[in-house]
Design a protein around this ligand. Structure first.
Ligand code: DX5
Ligand code: ZN
Length: 217
């Protein structure tokens, strides 16, 4: 069973509510929300107030990807805004276990992400504190970039570590996911797929989501 998580970063923000409804009706399993602070990544997007506003309009599982420095400061805000899962970046703080525990203590699923150049083995001591690992398949910061095939080594390493420990942890990939690249990531062990451009820039979101599923099933 795979899950598709359309990223609103690629949507038409002038009609955010309708855009979310378009992918919700189109068969999305999760909604991916990219929070960027202009410091951890060279781009600024949106924060908790926007997520809180769409929470009122959508029943989708909110997959919140925090690309912000010192994420501990904002966990409560994103929990209150309606996050169902919060991903923090390994490179964004030192107190990973503390932050991941705080996320779970708030009743929300916890996840950790690595950028393409970060070695996957460093996640080993953190796996028991997460429900998901997000392996970035592009450099975080912008939508519409090309999938980096070398990141599949990280997906395979994470899959192996999870299996060795007998844990139930999902692997998500994010960046450049299309009907072509989804198969490569699936074969490496990913089961949750973020798709921004390939879903929101398509004329029909339902067709685009179906095409992603068809590519692996
Ligand atoms: C990049 C973001 C991604 C982005 C993916 O920093 O984390 O979620 O929206 O967009 P596409 O699918 O267009 O590469
Ligand atoms: Zn993302």
């Amino acid at each position: 069973m795979i899950k598709i998580s359309p990223s609103v970063l690629a949507c038409d923000f002038s009609k955010l509510g309708e855009e979310v409804a378009r992918v919700e009706d189109g068969g999305a399993d999760l909604l991916h929300l990219d929070v960027m602070d202009g410091i951890f990544v060279p781009n600024i997007t949106f924060g908790a107030p926007i997520i809180s506003a769409i929470r009122k309009k959508s029943a989708l599982f909110f997959d919140v990807h925090l690309m912000i420095t010192t994420p501990a400061r904002y966990i409560d805000d994103f929990v209150k805004a309606g996050a169902d899962l919060i991903t923090i970046h390994y490179e964004s703080c030192d107190n990973h276990i503390e932050v991941l525990k705080a996320i779970r203590a708030a009743g929300v699923k916890a996840s950790i992400s690595i950028k393409p150049a970060t070695p996957a083995f460093i996640l080993e001591p953190l796996l028991e504190y997460v429900d998901m690992v997000l392996v970035m398949t592009v450099e975080p910061g912008f939508g519409g970039q090309a999938f980096i095939p070398e990141t599949m080594d990280s997906v395979r390493t994470v899959a192996q570590m999870i299996q060795q420990k007998g844990l139930n942890v999902d692997i998500e990939v994010d960046g450049g996911i299309t009907p072509e690249t989804i198969k490569i990531a699936y074969d490496a062990g990913a089961r949750v797929f973020v798709a921004g451009s390939s879903v929101f820039k398509a004329p029909d979101a339902a067709d685009a989501i179906a095409a992603l599923r068809r590519a692996v099933e």
